[in-house]
Ligand binder design. Structure first.
Ligand code: NAD
Ligand code: UFG
Length: 339
């Protein structure tokens, strides 16, 4: 089976490429490198010891996509390509809707034209907004209380894909709602490489540990959580990658749009993360309590039992391993892929 991996040079995509190849799938990576570099794929090629076809292109360009579909017989698409910076999406909503929503519509049109109707889509726990309780099941309401255009773009794409299925139920559609991906491939040769000052907690902590940032701002210590700081469901990126392989393994057997949480079911606070990272790295992480960040919620963690039921998938890596692997990547590559 030949899988097109849009956004395959990015953080989650590059890790997934390894497991797809190890599972025996052929892959083609499609990326415009707006938030990644070809270096990630070069390193994946070394890990899997084979070359990977890469097409540089933009999902908003029919011409770019048709080039791939003309050259390769694609059986299914894993669609990671998208912009994901929450803050930037507030300042530049049209850029986000254009890239994420228009890009996905364009991708589906080209897929349909070439008779490829299987897609695994990177959605997000952000579609749940501020959940009424935790853990979150797939039956929780979505779309209400989403605080930014990035999150709304994910919700809109989910709805569009459901409509695509209603119009033609020969489509096979899996919506994977990721919780908070962290960690890196075991060897430390690939990992998360934010191009700017990190917005997300784990890359900020690891850059603080390596000395690139002076201290971590802990955004709020007065939430209704055990220690007052925000609680999230951090999931190892290799577990997440494995969830995609399982989704592709089973995709042909699904007869409805599958909406699946990929999380561990455990919630950890910001201060839990600081402590775990200090243990893994042996470094002190200086931090200051700062005001709450706009749009943040107190707590968000998954009920992952549906993924177990339908994909036979569950996360196997714990918090210590997430921090150890993040640290190996960060300490071996203090400047990411830029050397
Ligand atoms: P990433 O930025 O590392 O990877 C996304 C990749 O898509 C990049 O390589 C980028 O260059 C590419 N891309 C962006 N726009 C493109 C376009 N128009 N055409 C072609 N390529 C394009 O991000 P990631 O963390 O690997 O996330 C992958 C997907 O998962 C994204 O859709 C993201 O929204 C979603 N997601 C991520 C998280 C997270 O916390 N990392 C959580 C939930 C969902
Ligand atoms: N945090 C800090 N300091 C920082 C960064 C984050 O205290 O410098 C805190 C936040 O306030 C929050 C927690 O750490 O309590 C996690 O924040 P992240 O920014 O790492 O993650 P979010 O849960 O806010 O959002 C992430 C992605 C979204 C995605 C969502 C759910 O950024 O794209 O997870 O999957 F939608």
């Amino acid at each position: 089976m030949n899988i097109l991996v849009t956004g395959g040079a990015g953080y989650i995509g590059s890790h997934t490429c390894i497991l797809l190849i190890e599972a025996g799938y052929s892959i083609v990576v499609f990326d415009n490198f707006s938030n990644s570099s070809i270096e990630s794929i070069k390193r994946v090629e070394k890990i899997v010891n084979q070359s990977i076809p890469v097409v540089e292109g933009d999902i908003r360009s029919t011409k770019d996509l048709e080039k791939v579909f003309n050259e390769y017989k694609i059986d299914a698409v894993i669609h990671f390509a998208g912009l994901k910076a929450v803050g930037e999406s507030v300042d530049k909503p049209l850029k986000y809707y254009d890239n994420n929503v228009t890009g996905t519509i364009n991708l589906c049109e080209v897929m349909s034209k070439y008779g490829c109707k299987s897609i695994v889509f990177s959605s997000s726990a952000t579609v749940y907004g501020n959940p009424a309780s935790n853990p979150i099941t797939e039956y929780f309401p979505v779309g209400q209380g989403i605080t930014n255009p990035y999150g709304r773009s994910k919700y809109i794409i989910e709805e569009i894909l459901r409509d695509v299925f209603i119009s033609d139920n020969s489509w096979k559609i899996v919506l994977l709602r990721y919780f908070n991906p962290v960690g890196a491939y075991k060897s430390g040769t690939i990992g998360e490489d934010p191009s700017d000052i990190p917005n997300n907690l784990m890359p900020f902590i690891s850059q603080t540990a390596v000395g690139k940032r002076e201290y971590l701002n802990v955004f709020g210590d007065d939430y209704d959580t055990p220690d007052g700081t925000g609680v999230r469901d951090y999931i190892h990126v290799m577990d997440l990658a494995d969830g995609h392989v399982k989704a592709i393994d089973k995709i042909k057997s699904f007869d409805k749009v599958m909406t699946i949480n990929l999380g561990t079911g455990n919630g950890y606070s910001v201060l839990d993360m600081v402590k775990a990272f200090e243990k893994a790295s042996g470094k002190k992480i200086p931090y200051k309590i700062a005001p709450r960040r706009d749009g943040d919620i107190a707590m968000c963690y998954a009920n992952p039992s549906y993924a177990k039921e339908v994909l036979d998938w569950s996360a196997t890596r714990g918090l210590d391993e997430m921090c150890e692997d993040s640290w190996r990547w960060q300490s071996q590559n203090p400047n990411g892929y830029r050397g």
